[in-house]
Design a protein around this ligand. Sequence first.
Ligand SMILES: [Zn+2]
Length: 293
Amino acid sequence: MIRYPIPWPDGARCAVAITFDMDADSLIHIARPEDGFDRLYPVSMGRYGPTVAIPRILATYRRLGIRQSFFIPGWCLETYPDAIEAILGDGHEIGHHGWIHEDPVTTRGPSQTEAFEKALDAHRRICGGLPRGYRAPVYNVTQQVIDLAIGHGLRYDSSLMADDIPYRMTTAEGALWEMPVHWATDDWPPFAHYAEIGYMMPVRGPSAGLAGFWEEFEAQYEAGGFFMLIVHPFLTGRLARWRLVERWLEETMATRKVWVARLEDIADHLDALAARGHRIRTERLPHYEGPQG
Ligand SMILES: [Zn+2]
């Protein structure tokens, strides 16, 4: 089912990562720069993430003895120091997620370089070093950003969709690993409802909204693949939803052969496999030199 499967450590059948994008209220400030600060309902919806959901999520991970990856805009690193300290204190990874959730497709050229490097600076000051990975806000990565990530020594991106399992991505600047995402394992479609940023969908019930994720896991598990959730503390970290994710994690870790890992650990594993000559699929950028058709 998977053409070039990746052998996982300790005989695990599937790698599992529950990755949280802690956007908090950056979303309303970037969407409504003039008055976002005084739109208290969306500000409060976002603040729920670092203040209420993150302690809950970290308690689960601590109890289960796992470490995971979080992607956090630089502005949020500065704004929510308690959440950041708790995440890092428990040994989790924090990846680059833009400065204030600016969309790379609408922030091209010098302003993108400035935003990318401003976020890196926040990582250095607050997290004590450079991030290992990058995930583009709304997945909208451009080649400029991939090249910035490679140029600054980041080891992986997690914004693209060209395969079911991690793959290599090369450009003229170098290479990194891609930890592929997909909307099928993202909580925005089932759970987000956000008029201010033009997203109005019926919110699904917790088990109905999560059901598709678990079907994705079963297919990946059967194929010996890679199962990653891309979720948000203010959505999936809410009480009823997290209760179900926590139960799923407990049961899956108890009954299946899974490797629950940070994405940086998966990058280490891929480096080791590549060094031993294991075949891993590669995509080369750019796909196109300019407009087509
Ligand atoms: Zn985000």
